[in-house]
Design a protein around this ligand. Structure first.
Ligand SMILES: Cc1ncc(COP(=O)(O)O)c(C=O)c1O
Length: 414
């Protein structure tokens, strides 16, 4: 069922993936207002880490709502701020021990840049080609995954410089890493001197840019160069964090310890919440009062995040992410044998993607999955050919099988 556009009072600025009007969600499923159930492999854009309305998250939110809905962080400190920081301290890389809260991914990546500028006294930022960091003016300036996010919004803030991301699918992956590192060094030698560069911000797995994992050797080399020059290394884990890649954070696959880590999406199972993690010495250089926000650290968000972290750190949770991810990858690779339109099956944990040969085929496959298979999928990447698979991390083996059957039928209908 879809809303009649001619009678709607809603903005059209939101693009629509499915056009469905949904009434409820449970686990990997959403139910529309007319009672039809759909398998939701969009995960609300990789947000529903514990599934839709996990009972423990619902319970934590409900209990907290009766205690406090809004306890503004400048006015007083509520009793979940510190416990959440302690919980985050336990799961983030060892370099991270101090936390700031906000409400969305863009807010937290922008906060990371503000902190980096204050802590270093330097003006510029380096981003990597194909990245997505948000839709505020600063984060649009940092985003190069598609022109649609930037077009019509100029002038964007200056001081953002774009380094190459290693080319995927090359016959010589090591040469691709060398080339990208050389591009990073070239930028420091010709455009933004180290003494002018506050930070480099990297998605350890490009999200909107097409689900390409940054090779660990590349991340290590960039982080080393940053350390040599006193440039802060920021991991944008807004999409890849909280178990999505089968480890708690995607940066954990590289051994690199970032100076700042940006978290949102999966952190609170869908309640709007974001966190920045850094080191106490850097945080001490962030002048008190120079950043903040009315809603950051909302008590219901903290309760949802604490409940989410409890679930994600429970025994066997990440094993399920890795096992279901392997099952999905194997199924997609089998389909790629049968359907030449399907290529580049890739992924880590449950951050999985594949390419269709054209954007039109991608759309046709998604529409068939939606209308016949009752399966919700999203695209990604610049060319519109990438399909991404980002179900809840609680997805079952049976649900993966159902999704593969629906996808196979869509490919068969081409
Ligand atoms: C890596 C990354 N950073 C930042 C953002 C922005 O997050 P939000 O949409 O919550 O502002 C996103 C959103 O997709 C993202 O994937």
């Amino acid at each position: 069922m879809t809303t009649d556009a001619s009678t709607s009072h809603l903005s059209n600025v939101w693009f629509q993936v499915t056009g469905l009007d949904v009434a409820s969600g449970d686990g990997s499923w959403v139910t529309t207002v007319d009672g039809t159930r759909y398998l939701d492999f969009t995960g609300g854009i990789a947000v529903t880490s514990t599934g839709h309305s996990h009972p423990a998250v619902v319970d934590a939110i409900s209990r907290q709502a009766t205690r406090f809905i809004h306890a503004q962080a400048n006015c007083y400190r509520h009793d979940l701020l510190e416990p959440l920081a302690t919980a985050l301290n336990e799961i983030t890389p060892p370099s991270i021990d101090t936390f700031f809260y906000a409400n969305s991914g863009a807010e937290i990546t922008e906060a990371a840049i503000k902190l980096a500028k204050q802590a270093t006294g330097r003006p510029n930022t380096i981003v990597f080609n194909g990245s997505f960091h948000g839709r505020t003016h600063q984060t649009m300036a940092m985003t190069t995954s598609k022109t649609v996010y930037r077009a019509g919004h100029a002038p964007l803030p200056g001081g953002v410089h774009i380094a190459p991301f290693p080319a995927p699918y090359t016959p010589d992956p090591n040469a691709a890493i060398d080339d990208a590192v050389a591009g990073f060094e070239q930028l420091l030698a010709t455009v933004t001197a180290p003494s002018e560069t506050a930070a480099a911000i990297l998605e350890p797995v490009l999200g909107e840019g097409g689900y390409h994992q940054a090779p660990p050797a590349f991340v290590q080399r960039v982080a080393d160069i940053c350390r040599t020059h006193g440039i802060l290394f920021i991991a944008d884990e807004v999409q890849s964090g909280f178990g999505r890649t089968g480890k708690m954070f995607a940066i954990d696959h590289t051994g690199v310890e970032p100076d700042i880590i940006c978290m949102a999406k999966g952190i609170a199972s869908g309640f709007p919440f974001a966190a920045l993690g850094t080191r106490r010495e850097l945080d001490d250089l962030w002048p008190t009062g120079s950043h903040g926000g009315t809603y950051g650290g909302n008590p219901i968000g903290c309760a949802a995040a604490l409940a989410t972290i409890d679930i994600i750190t429970s025994d066997g949770f990440l094993d399920n992410v890795n096992e279901r991810g392997a099952q999905l990858l194997a199924g997609l690779r089998e389909l790629a044998q049968a359907f030449p339109q399907l290529t580049n099956v890739r992924g880590v944990g449950m951050m999985i993607a594949c390419d269709l040969n054209t954007a039109e085929v991608n759309t046709a496959v998604r529409e068939h999955c939606l209308s016949k298979g009752r399966l919700l999928l999203m695209s990604a990447g610049t060319a519109g050919t990438t399909l991404r698979w980002m179900p809840p991390l609680t997805v079952t083996a049976d649900e993966i099988d159902q999704a593969l059957v629906a996808f196979g039928a869509a490919l068969g209908s081409l």
